[in-house]
Design a protein around this ligand. Structure first.
Ligand code: AMP
Length: 524
């Protein structure tokens, strides 16, 4: 028997569903079911009143999912696609146009959400999901849980990682580590125990697709490249099936359901059930009594048998969209897709046979059978808790930066400091000299992105290094140091070269929650 020192949980904070795992008394990771006995909980939050009304109930999980169609404006889902992002980002604009709820711009330009006239930040919404997962685990232990390892997509940038960390802080959880999802999947599948190999981790959930190439060598797991499509998932498959059935209803029964939310909700639930059934069976029937009223005044008893092959033909265009990211992920690390040794499937949608077949045809081999692809990431996160607690030995995790980092100084020269795919944690520095006599302040802008043109990269913040000593131009040298921690989050510091004295660094502008905002959101 192994004694557990701390209560640390592994959390897969998914776009559609979330999952929590822990380590059992024997040191083995296990999934913690929610109060309904289900292993995953919808990452959904629904407000009955304004979020400022502290008395009004807030629904999280399945009860929020049930309100999605009847209360579309107040039911928030897919918030992971907004967290840490800017309102004017073209991807966010495209996403906002497909979401039923309101996406608004915060004062600093971040993407926030508007609910019943109230503005709410994505970290606060994710915090509600995290609090629920925390309660699920506390119920299981009969004890408080304070620490978590939370997984994030490998391509998450600095702001998205920081915002996820903020969400955890609001939920009262200390983040022990933000772990890249493909790394967690490799761990969950047990790659650290097997022989050296190169894996492709394909993760298709409700709203997003991610594919990563992961190297496992001497117990060291390293993500070497990652690609994704933020707009590809089970929702697109559901939409394609819905569109087909709605078209048939219009053509065969002259019935337009688009203006009756309850009927749409019933049909959508039946479509999702049918999609799940067709992963096992070749045929299923949707049977809905009184779905709508026909022009004759009669109630429509809707009965439609769907063959798996028929459904596959409706969703072909969606399925083919997984090709490009897979080819790109392999190309980025200089290999052909056929060079991978094994394929690990992650996410509920990978239970679908046509998705498995498509992935098999891209990589030229059948994916590994993973029993529960929607639990494997959380299991990996809990395994990482066990590694950090010393319960599992001989495994080291090496993650890489998902983006390059650099800065633009006053002389107009852009310098890349940390390249993309650098193993983390990592630290690098550059030296900048003053260019005016008695220059007391040095201004520079920090960017994330691979381009040599900062205009094509994303600005993370503007900094002012103050209180420089008076001296002729070029004599004061400042060491600008970039550190990317194990969570993939960048920290910037400056010191004077020679004396080594730290120089106050003032953040002039940045994205994300300010410290004061964050403090006001943390209860207690
Ligand atoms: P995840 O975000 O990993 O929980 O994946 C959620 C997506 O997987 C949703 O679109 C689900 O409808 C879909 N999904 C879950 N189980 C199945 C299944 N057995 N067959 C097909 N799709 C599924």
């Amino acid at each position: 028997m192994v004694s557990i020192v701390k209560r640390c949980i592994g959390i897969d904070l998914g776009t559609t569903n979330s999952c929590v795992a822990t380590i059992d008394e024997g040191g083995k990771p296990v999934i913690v079911p929610n109060a309904l006995g289900e292993s995953t909980t919808p990452s959904m939050v629904s407000f009955e009143n304004s979020p400022t009304d502290k008395e009004a109930p807030i629904h999280v999980g399945l009860s929020a999912l049930r309100r999605a169609i009847s209360n579309p404006l107040d039911t928030l889902y897919g918030v992971k696609r907004l967290i840490g992002r800017r309102f004017d980002d073209p991807e966010v604009r495209a996403l906002a146009s497909t979401l039923p709820y309101e996406v608004i711009s915060a004062a600093n330009g971040d993407a926030w959400v508007g609910v019943q006239g109230c503005r709410i930040s994505p970290p606060e919404i994710s915090a509600l999901v995290l609090s629920t997962l925390r309660s699920i685990a506390e119920e299981h232990f009969g004890d408080e849980v304070q620490e978590a390892i939370i997984t994030v997509p490998a391509h998450f940038d600095n702001a998205q990682r920081k915002a996820t960390s903020d969400a955890a802080a609001i939920a009262g959880l200390k983040v022990r580590r933000l772990l890249n999802e493909p790394t967690a999947a490799a761990l969950g599948y047990g790659a650290h125990r097997g022989q050296d190999q190169r894996l492709a981790v394909c993760d298709l959930g409700g709203g997003t697709f991610d594919v990563s190439i992961v190297n496992v060598e001497d117990g060291v797991i390293e993500v070497i490249s990652s690609q994704g499509d933020l707009f590809l998932g089970g929702d697109d498959v559901d939409r394609a099936i819905m569109e087909q059935l709605l078209m048939e209803l219009r053509e065969q029964h002259r019935l337009d359901l688009t203006s009756t939310p309850e009927a749409l909700q019933r049909l959508k639930a039946a479509v999702v059930d049918a999609k799940h059934t067709l992963s096992e069976a070749r045929r299923t029937t949707i049977d809905l009594i009184h779905l709508g009223t026909l022009s004759s005044g009669k109630a429509l008893h809707y009965k439609r048998t769907i063959e798996r092959a028929e459904m596959n033909s409706w969703i072909q265009p969606v399925i083919h969209r997984i090709d490009a990211p897979c080819l790109e992920a392999a190309a980025r690390c200089g290999i052909s897709p056929k060079d991978v040794d094994a394929i690990v499937l992650v996410g509920g949608m990978t239970r679908m046979p046509s998705i498995q077949n498509q992935i098999a045809s891209i990589f030229g081999r059948a994916p590994l059978k993973v029993v529960n692809p929607d639990e494997i990431v959380a299991i990996g996160a809990a395994t990482q808790c066990a590694i950090l607690d010393g319960l599992i030995e001989d495994t080291v995790l090496l993650d890489v930066t998902s983006r390059a980092f650099g800065f633009l100084s006053e002389n107009g020269q852009y310098q890349q400091v940390i390249p993309r795919n650098a193993t983390i944690p990592t630290r690098e520095h550059r030296i900048v000299a003053t260019n005016k006599e008695d220059q007391r302040e040095l201004y520079f802008e920090v960017y994330e992105g691979e381009s040599d043109d900062p205009g094509l990269n994303r600005q993370l913040g503007r900094f002012l290094c103050r209180d420089l000593p008076e001296a002729p131009a070029g004599e004061v040298m400042i060491l600008v140091e970039f550190t990317v921690d194990v969570d993939g989050i960048l920290h910037v510091s400056t010191s004077e070269l020679g004396t080594g004295e730290a120089r106050e660094l003032r953040l002039v502008a940045t994205a994300g929650l300010t410290r004061a905002e964050l403090a006001s959101m943390i209860p207690g």
